[in-house]
Design a protein around this ligand. Structure first.
Ligand code: MCA
Ligand code: AMP
Length: 505
């Protein structure tokens, strides 16, 4: 029985005592031990009478067990739905309800808050903590360490990742086995990953970058990874001598450069540094070359498409560009109004097509139709151009989006909440430059006539509802918002006015 995702990422390692995860305390988990854990989990999942295609919503800390749960979902044909650990109960409720999850896996500390939400839709709830404790592993440990993978076609769904939208409502991006596999195998080739690679893995595993890029590339190449719970500079510096490669968001690289202990000597043996999820400033790229001699390889992707472009492994890695379309990925630049292709060199909407492009948004046919053309091209919302040598440059965003430390934040979601606060007439949320996170969130409030705003109380209410990384780092009160003649808020003008809010003084 075929199950390509399981077979090609996990099954290939059956019975191998080769290292897969190097843990920060020095322990090593072999491929075989990892697969045993995954099979026990697969048996535990099937014991809950879940059916292939059911969604498993997972909000847990990064751990080997969490990765094994991903493998177990592949093995059982369940759809893995990882969720940012920063999400509040209010945010989680939406994802659980919208996806119709049949199983919710959470940290014990969130069990009380999520139980009524799971119960309301007859979903099971199990706990899994950072140290591997909790009801899920307790159940799994009583199971056999063998499980025959459920047969799945490559067109079957393997994962949902929620991505916010300009309307403020998150959409579940449906990713197939083929989406994940094709991209992983392409990236192994493009970036020359082999069984000898040891990837320094400090990214979260609830997003594309840490899970479908970093983890899948390591699995598909039979390499191993130094599996860190989070980005911690001391750990990164301590463990870099044992690694061959690292993937990170630009904040990883600016933080490394900000520390004098990060020397050329420490990095010299490394084979490859990769950056993505947010623009890497050309200045950061150049500083990195000056310090280490390494040119960071920048690539460009999205939740809906996995990776689209990459700078070359051999050949010039050009700062400020995201390189060339990957093999199998077609990329064109179109007129944002008409969709007509633009002449080479002109700036327009980036559209992509290929085996990496998702199947659509879960139960949102209109949103799918608005972004995914019938001919298979996905309208990315990113504005860019292709230069005379074929390098893709991302020059801006057609979508109202803030990227803070690699996390996407949709202003609309925060504006809707701010508008609801007592005394607030309207609000505008913008991204402004931030030395550590690249961009951060600034909220601008207009009070109702004659009202004084209690900013502390407003912030406190926002904090209850929204994940920490989405919180406005500053609130500013204005009498009115700048608007154009059509009445549209001029966010560009606001971004210009407040651009130095976090970078100076
Ligand atoms: C943490 N905080 C943040 C962020 N992360 N605030 C804004 N933006 C963030 N990204 C909060 C913390 O809760 C904390 O709150 C305060 O900011 C400072 O925390 P700190 O300890 O400095 O943060 P950290 O834990 O070191 O995290 C920063 C980080 C992390 C290492 C940059 O956010 C991270 O790992 N980012 C990677 C995100 C990622 O994987 N993106 C890929 C998406 P307090 O003030 O209360 O202490 S996939 C994608 O985009 C596409 C597909 C692609 O192309 O890859
Ligand atoms: P997400 O939908 O959370 O996966 O975020 C995808 C978005 O991140 C893209 O549409 C881009 O706007 C941005 N992005 C990813 N990689 C890069 C990059 N290397 N340079 C600039 N923007 C990037």
């Amino acid at each position: 029985m075929a199950n390509s995702l399981y077979d090609r990422l996990f099954g290939i390692h059956a019975g191998k005592a080769t290292p897969f995860l190097h843990l920060p305390d020095g322990q090593v988990l072999t491929h075989a031990a990892f697969l045993d854990m995954a099979a026990r989990l697969a048996n535990a999942l099937m014991g809950l009478e879940l059916e292939p295609g059911d969604r498993v919503a997972v909000q847990v800390e990064k751990s080997p067990e969490t990765l094994a749960l991903y493998a177990a979902c592949a093995q059982t044909g369940l759809i893995f739905l990882p969720l940012n650990t920063a999400y509040t109960t209010t945010e989680l409720q939406y994802f659980i309800e919208n996806s119709g999850a049949k199983l919710v896996v959470c940290d014990t500390s969130n069990e009380a808050g999520l139980t009524p939400i799971a119960q309301a839709q007859n979903a099971h709830l199990a706990t899994l903590n950072a140290d591997g404790s909790g009801s899920l592993m307790r159940r799994a440990l009583g199971m056999l360490p063998a499980f025959e993978p459920v047969s799945r076609s490559e067109d079957d769904l393997a994962a949902f990742l929620y991505t916010s939208g300009t309307t403020g409502r998150s959409k579940g991006a449906m990713l197939t086995q083929a989406n994940l596999l094709s991209n992983a195998e392409t990236l192994v080739q493009e970036w020359r990953f082999t069984k000898d690679d040891v990837l320094l893995h400090a990214l979260p595993i609830f997003h594309t970058h840490g899970l479908f890029v970093a983890t899948n590339v390591v699995l598909a190449s039979s390499g191993s990874m130094i599996f860190l719970p989070k980005f911690d500079l001391d750990n990164i510096l301590r463990l870099m001598p044992e690694a061959t490669s690292m993937m990170g968001v630009p904040t990883f690289y600016t933080r490394l450069l900000g520390d004098d202990r990060f020397t050329g000597d420490l990095a010299r043996h490394m084979r490859l540094f990769i950056s993505g999820s947010a623009p890497l400033l050309a200045e950061t790229h150049e500083q990195f070359v000056a310090r280490t001699g390494h040119r960071i390889l920048e690539r460009y992707g999205m939740t809906e498409t996995n990776m689209n472009t990459s700078n070359p492994y051999d050949g010039e890695r050009r700062a400020g560009t995201v390189g060339f379309p990957l093999p199998d990925v077609e990329l064109k630049v179109t007129d944002p109004e008409t969709g007509a292709p633009l002449p080479q060199g002109e700036i327009g909407m980036i559209e992509v097509r290929g085996p990496n492009v998702f199947k659509g948004y879960w139960q949102m046919p209109e949103k799918t139709a608005a972004e995914l053309r019938e001919d298979g091209f996905f309208i990315t919302g990113d504005l860019g151009r292709v230069d005379e040598d074929g390098y893709v440059h991302i020059v801006g965003r057609g979508k109202d989006l803030i990227i803070s430390g690699g996390y996407n934040i949709y202003p609309k979601e925060i504006e809707l909440l701010l508008d609801d606060q007592p005394g607030v007439l309207e609000s505008a949320v913008i991204g402004v430059p931030h030395p550590d996170f690249g961009e951060t969130v600034l909220g601008i409030l207009v009070p109702q006539p004659g009202q004084a705003l209690d900013l502390d109380a407003i912030l406190a209410r926002v904090q209850d509802q929204l994940a920490r990384f989405k919180h406005p780092r500053k609130l500013i009160v204005l009498d009115e918002l700048p608007r154009n003649t059509m009445g549209k808020v001029q966010k560009n003008a606001l971004r210009e006015t407040y651009k130095d809010s976090f970078t100076q003084g």
